[in-house]
Design a protein around this ligand. Structure first.
Ligand code: FES
Length: 205
């Protein structure tokens, strides 16, 4: 298991795709207020690392590049990057399993989902990466989809209404590089009741 701090790259520079996105972001803020763009620029840096290395994380050099671009003291950027769980300050696997264990998900079976993740990936503790580098497991608080609990967020996508069996199927699909469509794993329509809508089932003439 990988638990040590990730080796830090010596340098980071925004690539052409990131640069194209930066100008419109900065244009949203009045002169002298560009520091307000720290969150979207950190996000751009993390997505660029995913494109370049396969791991979505923000190394120290990327934080320094954001600080330089926004004329901020680097420590202010470090504070933001280490505060928000959406930014990974160490390498993560190809598939970042963010397992919600907050009360609604827990009541609906997040313990079984967690156990299934551990069985399939071989990961024993939170924050670890599997030996094959495919998976990292992170415990997260509510991701805002309690109505279809329990939930795992995988990279940018949420998989809902999970149980042990569907979690195993999801992870096996991820291993094959074939993620299923995000959403309810029971086929529920949005957050409608299981079995289909019970109100507004007819359309007025
Ligand atoms: S408690 Fe898990 S999504 Fe809200």
């Amino acid at each position: 298991m990988q638990t040590a701090l990730s080796a830090q790259p010596d340098s980071f520079a925004f690539d052409a795709e990131s640069e194209a996105a930066i100008a419109p972001i900065l244009a949203k803020y009045p002169p002298g207020r560009q520091a307000s763009a720290v969150l979207p620029l950190l996000d751009l840096a993390q997505r660029q690392m995913k494109r370049a290395t396969g791991s979505a994380w923000v190394p120290r050099a990327a934080m320094d590049a954001v600080a330089a671009r926004l004329a901020m003291p680097p420590i202010r950027v470090y504070e933001v990057a280490t505060f928000y769980l959406m930014f990974n300050t160490r390498k993560v696997g190809t598939w970042h399993l963010q397992v919600c264990t907050t009360t609604p998900c827990w009541l609906r079976g997040s313990d079984e989902v967690t156990a299934a993740c551990r069985r399939v990936t071989g990961i024993t503790g939170w924050g670890e990466t599997s030996a094959d580098g495919l998976f990292t497991m992170t415990e997260v608080e509510c991701v805002g989809g309690c109505v279809n609990a329990p939930i795992i967020q995988v990279n940018d996508d949420c998989y809902e209404d999970l149980d042990a069996e569907s979690t195993v199927a999801l992870l096996e699909a991820l291993k094959r590089g074939a993620p299923p469509p995000m959403g309810s794993m029971k086929g529920r329509q949005g957050s409608a009741p299981e079995g289909g809508p019970t109100t507004l089932t007819t359309i007025a003439e």
